[in-house]
Design a protein. Sequence first.
Length: 377
Amino acid sequence: MKWNALSDKTEWLLKKITEHTEEPIDDNMLKQLADKLQEKGYVSKKLREQQRFNYLKAYQQVVQPRKRWVSPGLLKIAAAIIILIGTGTFLYFQQLPESTPTPDELFLTEVHPGTRKAFLIKHDGLEIELKGDSVKIDEQNGINIHIDSMGLRYDTEQAQQQTAPLYNTLVVPRGGEYSLVLADGTKVWLNADSELRYPIQFTGDTREVSVAGEAFFEVTKQEGKPFIVKTSLGNITVLGTQFNVCNYPGKEKLVTTLVQGKVSCDLPDGKSIILAPDQQLSVNGNGESKLRTVDTKYFTCWKDGMFLFEEMRMEDILEQLSRWYDIHIFYTNEEVKDLHFSGDLSRFKDIITFIEMFEKSADVKLTLKGNTLTVGL
């Protein structure tokens, strides 16, 4: 018998095993299919030719008790076949453990691109999950918060002037992104694993916010009232401009990239550096700084739904992917971190697209299991 698709034969065999049928089951056919699945490249080739079927449901049908008796040897082979099809992993058919493994142990956790999500922590301690639903929240002194699919914005048209600022915090978890419009009209985009602390209404002679993680700002110009972004490694002062700030906790590095306008960056040693458009300033925890000219689109593309890489180290690329897809990276070889790659891909592509890109571009091996990506040579 000739089979045109891997799933045709597999589903037919599973049907014979799991359904009450008097038709005899051919041990040799199962073993032949098992041997075929171990051939290098066979599974991955077939998987690309067809849509993945619901192997979890099929596995449960095999391992759950049935009224009819089935040879234990056949059950082992059938279960192993399904695992192979579902994961594309080449396994040797050894004796299964006595206890039935859980699906979490046997199957890969589905990894999705990031989505628009965040948590708003109000000044009174109330925490609100932002899901994209249209909501209006009344703040103090006539200030309103409008939340919809585009993000969060503050309406201060009917607001009374506050004597002391009240601070809210917007937290974007790993695997998320979000945007908001502050009370002065300034637009802010927050990348995954980032947070912004800001007043619901700006008071005094300055407009001050604090950032941890990565954010892009379009600052509304107000003469005599500079906008100040506070980070763990220094402050950035602007009058009206577009710029990106990257200062993730634990990295001990602040990277400011100016797109338009002018900013003044305060350094830990008390010095200040003024940036012009297309300039980028990097500052480390020791106060050492580096100023260079860059193509800003490579550092701001994330807010437009893209990943752009130009001769970037693999470790730096995977660090971005880990936050966006909410995965953990494990290296079995240190040399692989220094490989360089170039490319541009949508942030909403399946992570398998990135894995294939890396493996086709260099002699590297990436294995995704659960939410852990193992990288080596």
